[in-house]
Design a protein around this ligand. Structure first.
Ligand code: PLP
Length: 419
């Protein structure tokens, strides 16, 4: 993203021109950002045996998955749909780990039939795998009793979390696995999402490493994802090089004690794609209310749910009046609102409701750009209010290309009639 003469450019293309060409609302991704983040992560971990995976729930666009693949990254999938997408993008089954919550027997079969390793997150899941695929391979997800994250909804470790098998039930895990002749190839954890403090990651890592020592012959230890990105200007970026150094050091110490070197795996999602993505939307109405100046966009929480769901902050820019060169004296407090029939459908908010934002004045027809929307944006989008999902476009070096067409009304309804 850059500003030229007070106008916003994405991947070298004028943002308002993109809306002119592909219509509005529109998801836009900068290819270079995805590649840069992937390279940063790969070089951060020094361990000789390492695999970096992409937790593709963050964004499953097939063209984005292909870029990730080109960068030498594997896949963490949480559903048959994500396995399907990864295979369609060219990933080999052995590059994919299937980490599902409350998985069904059919979903387990789906993964095993394709040669994808299943990561179970309960003793009963372990039994289901054992019953159906006796003598097979499996990975187990551990709950290390440590959790972290940007919001309660995304803390996935600790006693309140539904995920993983408690770290102190290793005997039960090994007993159950051996009763079905299952080989435990890896142990896994993921403590939460949006972690900006490296210390928590390392603390949870130590718990998993203690657990890992109790398994004889592991091929890999997977520490999950969760690396946060700065959403606010004043938030500090995680120093991934330093985090990587710390991870590598902890891991080397473990390998010395363990007597062999299982592959070190991490599987971030957000870190790869969040900052690459932008949701462009057009201002439909401006309403001077008693308490707020409402700027109404042609999108809503059906397309980007994070503000409404978590109270998340996303920077919003005025694409043709970024205001970077001015002194901000003409900025006004505004509520940026969506087009859904819900009063919670506002983008400038926290968990308790509207928080007006000082922004360049929007008028009808202007294009607003919601930043950092590449992760958990389109992948959490819905058709709520029966509005189709937007198109997605990839930009790079001044060129743009459609990577998913806009949904149509027929896409939403015709196939469901069963004709
Ligand atoms: C099992 C697992 N791994 C990795 C991730 C990726 O998290 P993040 O996008 O915060 O890196 C998630 C996200 O919820 C997850 O559930």
């Amino acid at each position: 993203m850059e500003v030229r003469k007070n106008r916003l450019f994405l991947g070298g293309v004028d943002a308002t021109r993109l809306v002119g060409e592909y219509s509005s609302p529109l998801y836009v991704y900068e290819e270079e950002v995805i590649r840069k983040r992937a390279r940063e992560l790969r070089s951060a971990i020094g361990s000789e045996r390492k695999v970096i995976k992409y937790s593709c729930k963050a964004n499953t666009n097939i063209e984005i998955l292909k870029i990730i693949k080109e960068e030498g990254i594997g896949i963490d999938a949480v559903s048959p749909g994500e396995i399907h997408a990864a295979i369609a993008a060219g990933f080999r089954p052995e590059e994919i780990l299937f980490t599902a919550s409350n998985v069904s027997p059919e979903e387990i079969d789906f993964a095993v039939a394709r040669g994808v390793l299943v990561n179970v997150d309960s003793i009963s899941g372990l039994r289901t795998v054992g019953r159906r695929h006796q003598g097979g391979d499996v990975c187990v997800r551990i709950n290390p009793d440590v959790g972290a994250g940007h919001h309660g909804h995304v803390i996935t470790g600790g006693p309140e979390s539904k995920f993983g098998i408690e770290y102190d039930r290793v005997d039960e895990i090994t007993r159950t696995a051996s009763s079905f002749g299952l080989r435990i190839r890896g142990v896994h954890q993921h403590i939460g999402s949006g972690i900006l403090d490296a210390g928590t990651f390392i603390m949870a890592m130590r718990v998993l490493l203690d657990v890992a020592k109790r398994f004889d012959d592991l091929d890999f230890v997977d520490f999950g994802g969760g690396i946060g990105v700065p959403y606010r200007k004043d938030e500090k970026r995680v120093d991934v090089a330093l985090l990587g150094e710390k991870i590598t050091k902890e891991y080397e110490r473990f390998c010395n004690e363990y007597g062999k070197t299982p592959t070190l795996v991490i599987e971030p999602g957000r870190y790869f794609v969040a900052e690459s993505g932008f949701l462009l939307a057009t201002v439909m109405t401006v309403k001077e209310g008693h308490n707020h100046r409402f700027v109404g966009l042609d999108t809503g929480f059906n397309h980007l749910v994070r503000p409404a769901f978590y109270g998340s902050y996303h920077e919003i820019l005025h694409s043709s009046n970024v205001g970077e060169n001015g002194d901000g004296r003409d900025f006004v407090l505004q509520t940026i609102a969506g087009n859904l029939c819900e009063s919670g459908d506002t983008f400038t908010r926290d968990e308790n409701g509207i928080v007006d934002r000082l922004l360049p004045p929007f008028k009808e027809g202007d294009v607003a750009c919601i930043c950092n929307a590449g992760a958990y944006g389109y992948s959490m989008a819905s058709q709520y209010n029966s509005r189709p999902r937007p198109a997605e476009v990839l930009v790079s070096n001044g060129e743009s290309r459609l990577i998913r067409r806009r949904e149509t009304l027929d896409d939403m309804f015709i196939s469901r009639i069963g004709t």
